[in-house]
Design a protein around this ligand. Structure first.
Ligand SMILES: [Zn+2]
Length: 84
């Protein structure tokens, strides 16, 4: 593993990628970037170090919280942890 810099957070647009099409769509579906304006930063911490972070809108935050319960959410404006 290379020691790469973290991808900068895009504060202007949600960085979640969602699958196009419905459940009934046949064939491969493209991943499409969410168009919403983010209000959260999802932060993943592993072994006490910042592992990754991405900007998320409200609805993608809900999905992310269910899929990845260990992820913390910081308020994008304040840069603070959600839980005080
Ligand atoms: Zn989103």
């Amino acid at each position: 593993m290379k020691d790469e810099k973290l991808t900068p957070i895009d504060a202007g647009r949600c960085q979640a990628e969602i699958k196009e099409g419905s459940f009934m769509t046949l064939g491969p579906r493209a991943m499409q970037r969410c168009e919403s304006v983010p209000s959260w930063v999802a932060v993943e911490i592993k072994d006490g170090k910042l592992y990754g972070a991405m900007a998320l809108c409200d609805s993608c935050k809900q999905v992310c919280a269910k899929l990845m319960p260990h992820v913390q959410f910081w308020d994008l404006q304040e840069g603070q942890a959600d839980a005080s």
